[in-house]
Write a protein of this length. Sequence first.
Length: 99
Amino acid sequence: MKDLGLKFVKFVRKSRYKSYKGTVGKAAKNLLNRRFRTSYAFQKLVTDRTEFKCKDDEKLYLSPMMDLYTSEIIGFSMSKRPSLDFVLDSLKQALPIIL
């Protein structure tokens, strides 16, 4: 390589995922402590945001809300942007069931 004047350059893969972190606040306490089972309906509800890539580099976000007692989805919302209102929509769907 030295004779040919070649040089090794380390390849570093760039992360494709870039998200807005927003203002960093305090971390919430871990109240579940990995106890995902419950003997009461609607005592423990969990949610998550999932990103799907669609055609033409469009993204779609899904936010389901699950009751850990029955492991059923009790509400969900879909949006093109991951905003707070998007997540709260799944909670609003679940509220009539809970109340």
